[in-house]
Write a protein that binds this ligand. Structure first.
Ligand code: AR6
Length: 186
């Protein structure tokens, strides 16, 4: 398995792991992409996913935007995983940090929650997600961690029947991964 598990939690009978590693190498059913509304996967984790998974992920994304318009902040859509080990990429749009008084917390919560909901609808067992919004979008990492924890806990409380058995929060940056490992609480 790719990555180093820094911490592991039990949440409503499911495993949540904080992982230091490259999400594009994750051996899970679905990975989450931290996308923008136009699904133009240029930089950050999005660029890395398309580089490793192949341009078909970008083409499928373009088709989604053509059909339904831009993806709103907090929403999630699905493409194939292209050449990745993961079968699906769930693209969610986190909030751009604008100081904290523009609904950013709620929107990040929704991005995490709705990504899990998509995975649940796909019937997958394992999912790996990055620290959505905490890179180019500037969301403070320490503030993001309890939002991830709450969204995952709420999701499992509300979907006791979910196929999802394991959620990995995977970050390539050791500093961010460490913050998640230290601050994540259930
Ligand atoms: N594996 C795991 N984590 C990664 C990887 C990787 N390969 N690469 C970066 N990270 P970001 P955002 C971490 O900027 O803030 C894109 O251009 C990184 O350390 O990718 O939501 C999109 O197209 C950080 O903690 O996403 C949007 O325009 C986290 O992933 C915009 O950036 C998220 O960083 C979205 O910005």
């Amino acid at each position: 398995m790719n990555g180093e598990v820094l911490k592991e939690f039990d949440m409503e009978g499911r495993k949540v792991q904080i992982v230091l590693g490259d999400i594009t190498l994750e051996e899970v059913d679905a990975i989450v992409n931290a996308a923008n509304s136009h699904l133009k996967h240029g930089g950050g984790v999005a660029g890395a996913i398309v580089r490793r998974g192949g341009f078909e992920i970008q083409e499928e994304s373009d088709e989604i935007v053509r059909e339904r318009g831009p993806v709103r902040t907090g929403e999630a859509v699905v493409t194939s995983g292209g050449k990745l080990k993961a079968k699906y990429v769930i693209h969610t749009v986190g909030p751009v940090w604008r100081g904290g008084n523009h609904g950013e917390d709620k929107l990040l919560y929704r991005a995490v929650y709705n990504s899990l909901l998509k995975a649940h609808e796909l019937g997958v067992e394992s999912i790996s997600m990055p620290a959505i919004s905490t890179g180019i979008y500037g969301f403070p990492k320490e503030r993001a961690v309890p939002i991830f924890a709450r969204a995952i806990a709420d999701f499992f409380r509300e979907h006791g029947d979910s196929s999802i058995r394991i959620v990995r929060i995977c970050n390539i940056d050791p500093v961010t991964a460490k913050i998640f490992a230290e601050k994540f609480k259930i």
